[in-house]
Design a binder for this molecule. Structure first.
Ligand code: C2E
Ligand code: MG
Ligand code: MG
Ligand code: MG
Length: 284
């Protein structure tokens, strides 16, 4: 009886793996088509100053309508792009598009905020990446000090020395670096000092825990804020979804906030409206 159960379980297991591989191959096929036809666009998620709740920057997020219509979002297709090598094309496209947009906003609205661009961990081991960033900055005449590259914390795990070298190379171009999803990876706090990063983004899972009274998550947020203070890093809280969270983070001195409560990711037109409005309220 037990043996039979075990065998069945094994069959299910194999079927799940096979299903997973099939789905990945399917996503890869749709991705290749999307890249070929240029079926991507960006949405713009504003980042706010916690003191006055004015937008100070924006994170650009990729969207692929042809995949979204099949229920596949970036959380699922970016990892597939990473294992198939398609990510280099995607990162290059996002970078080019973002730099062209920030130049446009600067010229048209005197926008002076930052653009935070997600890059894959794969780029930490891609020798051509810094040169690509450099030539795109030149092409768009973009001010590197207003460009921030977001890298997820988990990506440092393999080949730390090599990653740090690449990060320093990127920094030498004048761009800022930000550690995304901070708290979810393996970074020992003592390692933090070795990373040439300028900013930490506290992962959404910690911010959402702030509602649960005197929780462990609260203490974790406090520790991250103290650490950021110690190493003189800027901090963004990600995934802010309530007024209570804003109050807590503001009171604890978290400099910047991002999340659905303040704004969802915006279309290009809506983001321009926001910039236009905040600009006119400043000059009024
Ligand atoms: P991320 O960089 O940590 O981006 C934050 C994700 O959390 C976004 O999902 C955003 O829409 C979502 N989010 C932000 N605030 C809230 C909130 O208050 N509540 C909830 N429930 N969610 C919130 P998205 O756009 O699906 O992106 C998922 C991940 O995909 C990103 O995580 C990033 O790792 C990756 N990604 C997105 N765009 C790009 C891109 O252009 N290039 C690369 N390489 N990766 C990207
Ligand atoms: Mg990010
Ligand atoms: Mg994040
Ligand atoms: Mg993430």
């Amino acid at each position: 009886q037990a043996k039979l159960k075990g065998k069945n379980r094994l069959q299910f297991f194999n079927r799940d793996i096979a299903g997973g591989i099939q789905r990945k191959q399917y996503i890869e096929r749709v991705l290749i088509k999307a890249i070929h036809h240029g079926h991507f666009n960006l949405v713009y998620m504003p980042i706010f100053d916690s003191q006055n709740l004015k937008p100070v920057g924006v994170e650009v997020l990729i969207r692929a309508p042809s995949l979204a219509s099949k229920g596949i979002g970036p959380e699922e297709f970016i990892p597939v792009a990473e294992t198939t090598g398609l990510i280099k094309d995607i990162d290059a496209w996002v970078l080019n598009e973002s730099l062209s947009r920030i130049t446009y906003l600067t010229d048209k609205y005197q926008f002076d905020g930052f653009f935070a661009i997600n890059i894959s961990a794969v780029e930490l081991h891609n020798r051509e990446f810094p040169q690509m960033v450099k030539s795109m900055l030149l092409k768009h005449q973009a001010d590197p000090s207003r460009i921030e590259l977001e890298i997820t914390e988990t990506s440092f795990v393999d080949n730390l020395d090599n990653s740090i070298r690449q990060l320093n190379h990127l920094k030498s171009l004048g761009v800022s670096l930000s550690l995304d999803d901070f708290g979810t990876g393996y970074t020992a706090f003592t390692q933090l000092i070795e990373f040439p990063v300028d900013k930490l983004k506290i992962d959404r899972s910690f911010i959402q825990g702030l509602d649960e009274g005197a929780s462990e998550k609260k203490r974790m947020v406090d520790i991250v804020l103290a650490l950021a203070d110690l190493y003189q890093l800027k901090v963004v809280a990600e995934g802010v979804e309530s007024e209570e969270q804003i109050e807590y983070l503001k009171y604890r001195g978290c400099e910047m906030l991002q999340g659905y409560f303040l704004s969802k990711p915006l279309s290009w037109d809506d983001f321009q409206l926001l910039i236009e409005q905040s600009h006119s309220s400043q000059t009024a």
